[in-house]
Design a protein around this ligand. Sequence first.
Ligand SMILES: C[S@@+](CC[C@H](N)C(=O)[O-])C[C@H]1O[C@@H](n2cnc3c(N)ncnc32)[C@H](O)[C@@H]1O
Length: 280
Amino acid sequence: MLSYRHSFHAGNFADVLKHIILIQNLEYLTKKDKPFCCIDTHAGPGKYELDGEYALKTREFDSGIAKLWQRNDLPECVAHYVSLIKRFNSPDKLTRYPGSPLIAKQLLRDKDRLCLFELHTTEIKLLTAEAKKDKRISVFHADGLKSCLNLLPPFERRGLVLIDPSYEIKSDYQQVVETLVAMHKRFATGTYALWYPVIDRSRNQELERALQASGINNVQLFELGIRADSNEHGMTASGMIVINPPWTLAAEMKQVLPWLADVLGNDDEGFYRIQTLAAE
Ligand SMILES: C[S@@+](CC[C@H](N)C(=O)[O-])C[C@H]1O[C@@H](n2cnc3c(N)ncnc32)[C@H](O)[C@@H]1O
């Protein structure tokens, strides 16, 4: 039984990096005229009320989107991300945060598709309501890691798979690698973006080693930390591992990650990592 609700965490520093990278990947796909398919294996409810009970209980958005919201010195791709978030809010008040499905939806053209998976019984109802009447969007109440394989390769032969698990179970770290290998076998030219938290660094090291041993090429890692590693403070950093990233992504992140580490980091403890896990 799933208990994780992303509403407690919406708009935090991890969402900032995750959604900037999602946007950069989708923008790149829209540069060519040909259609693409975006698959979100862990879609969540679609959007979040930042003035609602769950978000206000933790106020995690204070250390993420709220720190960026009113700044006028944002690097270009952060400004683009913030402008998409602003579309869900009145000009002077931050009360709503779009999740990955609604962020992706804004970047779809008429010919593109968005396929969303969600398992939680409450979240799937909210997600279905958000997606209704949009013919480009399909919603599945199913295990995204398993069922996503049935959609690969997409008939467009171009696309992005976003994998954003809650890592409620320790075996999730191993399962995501096994699933990525299976997905990549079916659709080797697709782009895959895997989100990960840093709670206990040894688990991340295992995840990175397992991916390196998988034989998948062209893998880059982008990480943003707000405080030094510690097993006592919950999530201290998070990152995205991208297989077949747009060739422009690493250069963009080299500009943006130091800035985000400085602005979102706690008391000068912010840091970032950019690493090639496997060469092209
Ligand atoms: C981190 S949240 C997703 C947040 C969302 N991607 C966003 O950016 O707004 C993870 C979601 O995955 C759902 N979930 C957990 N295991 C799943 C699975 N195996 N298949 C599909 N959804 C799952 C949880 O219910 C939760 O809503």
